[in-house]
Design a protein around this ligand. Structure first.
Ligand SMILES: Nc1ncnc2c1ncn2[C@@H]1O[C@H](COP(=O)(O)OP(=O)(O)OP(=O)(O)O)[C@@H](O)[C@H]1O
Ligand SMILES: [Mg+2]
Length: 371
């Protein structure tokens, strides 16, 4: 007899090596890309039926109001091609972020976080799938439109401070640069206002090497906000600062999100970010694998922190496994291990009331059936 086991959301980060490098060697002249997306369909074949089924699913489940989303990713694939190797960095990623949300993206090294941020930020284009950001179809934009988009719609904060700031200019001058490029008026007043907002009123005249790591990042945030972007993208903004400074920077993002209404996406390795945002999206192998959502209001969290009553994330948040539009779901490795699924490959699925029951076949059961 096989034993039924109901799969529930994992409480802890699954102990799995994410970000596996999926490199595929070209076979003959046919690249993986051609094999995946440019296969010739045989008339009436099973392959054609599957392709039709996928196409109809795509249309049926497509969000009608996707253009209203701040970020809308639909089945996004990104393949990096080098001489003889192809790396699939995003493998059919679906994600919707609405205006005004503050979302963290976590995932191990190589899981595709920066790839996704670069596509959203207009620095790179997806290989397949759809990406809409603030109503712009990223794949269809011309070079000139992308330049305008990067100037006005998005602001970027990087881990590397040298990428954010020009070293020989003061903080005040640095914040004015994007406004000069965008030909904005009243630049100095706005630069001062932004530096005041990030708590650097006393640092207007300081240059890069006169600022601490945390202060440099706060200037970088002011620079990113200079042209009133709709979206603020931060890729590992706290990667080079200590925990206390990281906490302060996350608080600052939260405040900017609430006060300015700007949509914020923060990539981090730090799972405690969940305390500062309402939603944490977990990327694994180039796909959303799970989402961590806050169960109670942020105000409740602040009250708990003030009273020194810190509870575990599993008490304050609920984690959901992500199921994409094609019905694909990633089962975390620890659950796979627990139910004895590792290395098995096949399971049976049964709906029992409102539960989906995944049953691992007993040893030899599959063989018996087939023989
Ligand atoms: N320009 C590129 N050319 C080839 N492969 C690339 C390129 N950029 C990224 N990759 C590969 O794509 C995959 C995803 O990389 P990405 O930088 O998005 O990961 P990440 O989640 O941001 O990792 P980290 O946490 O280390 O920053 C990795 O396997 C990486 O080696
Ligand atoms: Mg990265």
């Amino acid at each position: 007899m096989s034993e039924n086991k109901t799969v529930t959301a994992p409480a802890e980060e699954p102990k799995v090596r994410y970000g596996r490098r999926t490199s595929v060697k070209k076979i003959g002249q046919k690249s993986l890309w051609e094999k995946l997306f440019k296969r010739k369909k045989k008339k009436g074949s099973e392959e054609e039926d599957i392709a039709d089924a996928v196409a109809s699913t795509t249309t049926d489940l497509f969000d009608d109001d996707f253009e209203k989303a701040a970020v809308y990713c639909d089945n996004v694939v990104k393949i990096y091609k080098t001489e003889d190797v192809e790396v699939i960095a995003l493998q059919g990623l679906d994600l919707r972020i609405d205006p005004g949300e503050i979302v963290a993206i976590i995932g191990n090294s190589g899981s595709g976080k920066s790839t996704l941020m670069n596509i959203i930020g207009g620095l790179d284009k997806q290989t397949a799938g759809m990406v809409y950001v603030t109503g712009n179809n990223m794949a269809k934009m011309t070079e000139a439109q992308i330049v305008q988009y990067k100037r006005k719609e998005v602001g970027f904060v990087w881990q590397n401070n040298a990428r954010n700031l020009i070293p020989y200019l003061s903080a005040l001058e640095n914040v004015q640069i994007p406004m000069i490029i965008a030909n904005r008026k009243e630049r100095k007043a706005r630069a001062k206002m932004l530096l005041d907002m990030v708590g650097l009123s006393h640092r207007y005249k300081s240059k890069l090497n006169q600022l601490s790591g945390g202060e440099q990042q706060r200037v970088a945030i002011a620079i990113a906000l200079a042209n009133q972007p709709k979206i603020l993208l931060a890729d590992e903004p706290t990667g080079a600062v200590d925990n206390k400074t990281a906490d302060m920077i996350f608080d600052l993002f939260r405040r900017i999100n609430k006060e300015m209404g700007v949509t914020i996406i923060i990539v981090t390795h730090d799972r405690t970010i969940a305390r500062k945002v309402d939603r944490v999206v977990n990327i694994r192998d180039g796909r959303i694998s799970s989402e961590l959502l806050r169960q109670d209001a942020y105000e409740e969290e602040l009250k708990r922190i003030a009273e020194n009553r810190i509870v575990g994330l599993e008490e304050s948040h609920v984690e959901y496994a992500a199921v994409d539009r094609l019905g694909r779901m990633q089962i975390p490795a620890d659950i796979m291990k627990e139910i004895g699924l590792l290395g098995k490959g096949n399971v049976s699925l049964n709906v029992e009331g409102e539960k989906l029951v995944i049953t691992v076949p007993e040893e030899g059961q599959k063989k018996k059936k087939g023989s």
